[in-house]
Ligand binder design. Structure first.
Ligand code: SF4
Length: 394
């Protein structure tokens, strides 16, 4: 029994975790990983090691790695796999999430928030990218799907609220702790999981490539995406081509990990000549860009829902849905589109999500659409973003 007492000191990361690694020899038992896992993620105190055969239920959000002062907990460093693929002559396609371009500069001493999109693209080309695309293109695909699904659920009495699905840690949280809400999770895939099969079908055809010769590396702020791409649901390109199953997205590299990779290759980031994305699948909309922030998916999806329902572009009230912006853990709004009343909520932090669901159930309040992101502030605060030692995570 004594080994189970360890859970009071640190997070026991499950063996074979695809996202997070722990090096016991570096652990000083400060308990910061436990605190963030219990208080902010609301996971650490809810699993039972005896019932789970000594396996912790990790949702792969990486927030423990963000607070560990000794680097005893880290995201997996997977970038060598991309180098192997390049050596094998695969066409390497990098796709970059919205939050990376305002964070990677910090890895090279720039001010937090420095906008370095062109340098980031140049850095990926210096690493050997054959193509670099902007994941905001696929965020727009996700928005269109989510908005269409929301309208369908409302008009055809399907389960409501519709919960967003683009955060893989939140999806695993629901699957683990609230399985009765699985039918409420949107069926839309996340931007990287829409983009990867699009590249291995549409793009492969356009370029005359065998999809098995394409290697897709998603650069994300998120450690949980390393888990998402392994899910068996995401073999759509091979299904489409009627080939033996292969992953849609081959590798996820976090912002921090990209910094490590560039440093290992001695690439001097701020001296790179600016470069731009490839254009076959062009830039996304402003709605796609705001996916990186809490409230962004909600705002973007409501704009599209308005357009689908009315046939008109939304006005300023929807273009700037101020009420779902900001850092409050739960934000709510009531609005009407063409006489259809909508009650929506935006939640970040799975501790807030747990409290929100409990409140929704006990109060009986009806919601139509709820965005949930595991990380504080949304993906911009992801588990693979540059570290801010000593920062208060609340
Ligand atoms: Fe990943 Fe974003 Fe979810 Fe954090 S909020 S776990 S970064 S998808």
């Amino acid at each position: 029994m004594s080994k189970h007492l360890d859970v009071n000191v640190r997070v026991p990361i499950e063996k074979g975790n695809p996202a997070i690694l722990r090096y016991d020899s570096l652990c000083i038992k400060c308990g910061q990983c436990r605190d963030v896992c219990q208080k902010q993620i609301s996971v650490g105190q809810h699993y039972d090691l005896l019932k789970t055969n000594d396996t912790a239920i990790c949702i792969h959000c990486g927030q423990c790695a963000n607070v560990c002062p000794t680097h005893a907990i880290k995201e997996r460093q997977d970038f060598m796999q991309a180098k192997d693929a390049m050596r094998q002559g695969k066409k390497t396609v990098f796709i970059t999430s919205p939050s990376v371009r305002v964070a990677i500069g910090e890895e090279f001493g720039m001010e937090p928030g420095s906008y370095v999109e062109e340098k980031m693209v140049a850095a990926l080309r210096a690493l050997g990218a054959d193509y670099v695309f902007d994941t905001t293109f696929a965020a727009d695909l996700t928005i269109m799907e989510e908005a269409s699904e929301l309208i369908d659920r409302i008009q055809n009495n399907k389960p409501l609220p519709q919960f967003t699905s683009c955060c893989p840690a939140w999806v695993k949280f629901v699957e683990t702790y609230y399985p009765s809400y699985i039918p409420n999770i949107s069926t839309s895939k996340s931007p990287i999981s829409m983009f990867a099969p699009t590249i291995k079908t549409y793009f492969a055809k356009k370029e005359g490539l065998d999809p098995r010769d394409i290697y897709i590396v998603a650069i994300t702020p998120c450690t949980a995406k390393k888990f998402e791409i392994l899910r068996e649901e995401f073999h759509d390109a091979s299904d489409y081509h009627e080939m033996e199953a292969f992953q849609d997205c081959d590798l996820v590299v976090t912002t921090r990990e990209l910094g490590n990779w560039l440093k290992a290759e001695n690439i001097v980031f701020d001296e790179l000549e600016d470069s731009n994305y490839d254009t076959l699948m062009p830039r996304g909309s402003g709605a796609g860009i705001i996916f990186g922030n809490t409230g962004g998916v909600m705002e973007a999806a409501l704009r599209s829902a308005y357009y689908f329902i009315t046939g008109n572009e939304p006005g300023d009230d929807l273009l700037k849905l101020e009420v779902v912006r900001g850092m409050n853990g739960v934000k709510e709004a009531s609005l009407e589109i063409n006489g259809i009343p909508l009650r929506v909520a935006v939640v970040h932090g799975t501790d807030n999500a747990r409290a929100f669901i409990d409140h929704m159930e006990t109060s009986g309040t009806h919601y139509d659409f709820v965005e949930v992101m595991t990380c504080r502030g949304g993906c911009i605060g992801g588990g693979g973003q540059p570290l801010h030692p000593g920062e208060d995570m609340d």
